[in-house]
Design a protein around this ligand. Structure first.
Ligand SMILES: O=C(O)CCC(=O)C(=O)O
Ligand SMILES: [Fe+2]
Length: 375
């Protein structure tokens, strides 16, 4: 048997996750999405059941101020075989997703937050990504991404994740954004995790041809705290696997406004995003984004109405993109970072160190989300 044959057997026979990842990543011809669970559909899938939330843990007013429907109205689901996994089908109030999209593009991209562009550009060049992009926004039919926003792949918040050492460090920290902490705290509480502290965030920016490789998020020091993930813009296929990298995954759509909570024994499952689903012809933006203005009362709350000019930039961006925010609590109550010989890790240092075959998260993320700029 040739090495090639053996490799192909491994691919076909054993590594069910890689096989399905490739299946959904394929573009020509486009994959058949009929096995992908769609939580937005009324008709159920036998694996899906309604999840019980803690209605009393977030008052209607608190939910309202965060731009969320009352918790009792949320459509929350569990998946057979994945205890601790909770999928909440877009619980945002009309108009309020826009605020988070604007934060991800205009606010959270600002220094001292760290982004993929810092790996090979100077701080001066990656300052004010929003302002530098809006002036020369890309034109229709243009093939190459030109603006920094188009080249943006990830931003880190709070304890800035070091992709090379796969660790968080107290030496590289920016206070976590209050607004996103408040949103995540409420979602976690509704799912039975009161006292959630948002300490680190990874924002992922996907273009229509982006994907995110198979990985598990285990760098946080307390795995009893959930991981809370929010999606905006274009729909993605999300693959949720098992505790072993090869375990066969379940595919589901993640649409604009959807929230996913990975907790309990689902906290450390392998997962991936093999593809962004092409938007239906004539509908480049999901209809849940049609209504832009939030109710006036919300102006005293966490979120604010996005002005027309800013939304024009955001909506143009979202017609070909997806934004995902994953929020993590790094330390348990009273827990501290293990003592290591510490020094501040700079972006330059991160980009210099080599990658080993098994430190795949960063490598995959850097390549499959187009970290190495292909333009
Ligand atoms: O984009 C997504 O839905 C997944 C993101 C993710 O898995 C991560 O940031 O660790
Ligand atoms: Fe992840």
């Amino acid at each position: 048997m040739t090495a090639k044959m053996a490799a192909s057997m491994v691919e076909q026979g054993e590594d069910a996750f890689r096989k399905l990842f490739k299946f959904y990543k394929r573009r020509n011809p486009p994959p058949d999405f009929s096995d992908v669970i769609d939580f937005s559909r009324k008709a159920g899938n036998e694996l899906v059941y309604a999840a019980e939330l803690k209605h009393g843990s977030v008052s209607e007013e608190a939910a309202f101020r965060a731009g969320l429907q009352p918790v009792k109205e949320w459509r929350a689901f569990g998946l057979q075989g994945y205890p601790g996994f909770i999928f909440i089908s877009n619980p945002f109030l009309p108009g309020s997703q826009h605020y988070w999209v604007k934060q991800c593009l205009k606010t959270y991209t600002q220094k001292p937050n760290v982004c993929n562009l810092d790996m090979h550009m100077s701080p001066a060049e990656t300052e004010n990504i929003w302002e530098k992009s809006v002036g020369s926004f890309w034109k229709k039919g243009q093939r190459e991404p030109r603006t920094l926003l188009e080249k943006l792949r990830w931003v880190t918040l709070g304890y800035h994740y070091n992709w090379d050492t796969k660790t968080y460090s107290p030496d590289h920290y920016t206070p976590f954004p209050e607004d996103l902490h408040s949103l995540s705290h409420k979602v976690a509480a509704a799912c039975g995790f009161p006292g959630f502290k948002a300490e680190a965030g990874i924002l992922n920016y996907y273009r229509s041809d982006s994907s995110l490789g198979i990985h598990v998020d285990e760098s946080e020091l307390d795995h009893t705290r959930p991981l809370v993930s929010f999606s905006f813009g274009q729909t993605a296929v999300f693959l949720l696997g098992g505790t072993k990298r090869q375990d066969p995954p379940t595919a589901m759509f993640m649409r604009s406004g959807d929230i996913m909570v990975m907790s309990g024994s689902s906290r450390l499952l392998y997962h991936a995003v093999p593809c962004i689903v092409p938007a239906p012809a004539g509908h480049p933006l999901p209809t849940c984004l049609d209504q832009r203005v939030v109710k006036d009362e919300l102006n005293n709350g966490i979120i604010q109405t996005v002005c027309e000019k800013d939304w024009e930039v955001c909506s143009t961006y979202l017609k070909t993109s997806r934004i995902n925010m994953t929020v993590r609590q790094v330390l348990g109550p009273g827990q501290t970072f293990p003592v290591t010989h510490s020094h501040t890790v700079t972006a330059k240092e991160q980009s210099r160190s080599g990658y080993e075959e098994e430190t795949q998260t960063a490598k995959k993320r850097k390549s499959e989300t187009g970290y190495d700029l292909d333009s």
